[in-house]
Design a protein around this ligand. Sequence first.
Ligand SMILES: Nc1ncnc2c1ncn2[C@@H]1O[C@H](COP(=O)(O)OP(=O)(O)OP(=O)(O)O)[C@@H](O)[C@H]1O
Ligand SMILES: CC(=O)N[C@H]1[C@@H]2OC[C@@H](O2)[C@@H](O)[C@@H]1O[C@H](C)C(=O)O
Length: 383
Amino acid sequence: MAKTVKAIGLMSGTSLDGVDVALIETDGETVAVFGPGRTYPYDAADRALLARALEDARGLADRLARPGVLGQAEQRLTVRHEEALAAFFHAFPQHRDVSVVGFHGQTVLHRPEMRLTVQIGDGPALARGLRALTGPPGPALVHDLRAADVAAGGQGAPLVPVYHQALVRSLPQAGPVLVLNLGGVANITYLDGDADPIACDTGPANALIDDFMTARTGAPIDRDGAAAAAGRVDEAAIARLLDHPFFALRPPKSLDRNAFRDWVAARGGLDGLSTEDGAATLTALTAATVGAVLAHLPRRPALAIAAGGGAHNPTLLAMLAARTGIRVLTAEDVGWSSDALEAQAFAFLAVRALRGLPISFPTTTGIARALTGGVIALPNGAQ
Ligand SMILES: Nc1ncnc2c1ncn2[C@@H]1O[C@H](COP(=O)(O)OP(=O)(O)OP(=O)(O)O)[C@@H](O)[C@H]1O
Ligand SMILES: CC(=O)N[C@H]1[C@@H]2OC[C@@H](O2)[C@@H](O)[C@@H]1O[C@H](C)C(=O)O
């Protein structure tokens, strides 16, 4: 058996809500210990800068170019990650002996069909900052985890399925299990025994809801699904929005955070709806798009396990159960953490990358052969 090490994962997701930090002890195949997880929220200025960075990345053709505010955003994001690590080590000084850190960065553009995916975040700079926090030699830092897959013709996302597989292996559940990651964008992993995980992005999870709530109320989320629970779903709007060609595609497939924004606007948006009805309709759209993927899976899942911020939204969970007909539990119900799962996954992926183990598969990103990935910044400053 390979050596179990302490690994930290760092994730800045499509919701632009903050830096997730989580620690696990793992050999990259199984998880021995779930350590602590924390989220260090961005302030309004950080969120605004990252949102502008996504706009300025729109026409990017070169993944190394940093036009507009992208350079400034990359620097700020790297500093915020270093600050998050400093706060994490202050809270948990016993974990300064971490061996590996996986650094996702922030996706600002995702166009796998153009062999282009861009995650901002300065790996070598964060590796230096990390060494100052832990003392020498410092952990290895693994970053840019999507690039190799996209360069090889893969979707570059989702990458969490191999982690979902490791976790589901230790559950008693029989029959196919669906793990739902409900962040800004939703993705699923379908697991059935020892078969390779089948995975894809399914559509928006919270990104459209967050954007709609921000525009209507100034508050960035529909907390606990309260607005959606008070509204009425516009089924005609759902049918119009579901007509997007993405939903008819078979997995593997992946999405840019803002892929549906223009689609919604072009179909009349939700301007005529009240805040409650609009929130209800967008929440039902997320549930319906998860439902739409079921037709592409080999068997009907016996259970769905919801993670990510959307797992805190009871209205969304109820709509998922109603529209899929599948029993829906949360990550907490099975002993995992909704908020830490993605960051834990990047800790796990970093350990796999260091060991040269695959992180993406034909059934998850569509590449020809299982592939490892990540750029490794070693403690001595070498790449
Ligand atoms: N209590 C809550 N009620 C309703 N929605 C919530 C709640 N808590 C979190 N969310 C939703 O979850 C989102 C954050 O989810 P998460 O942190 O999983 O996203 P992410 O990691 O940024 O996204 P992705 O997985 O797409 O990269 C928030 O923006 C919000 O929409
Ligand atoms: C390009 C990119 O950053 N994609 C994210 C995004 O956020 C959710 C969904 O879209 C998912 O495919 C992916 O992140 C998760 C963590 C993944 O790669 O598994």
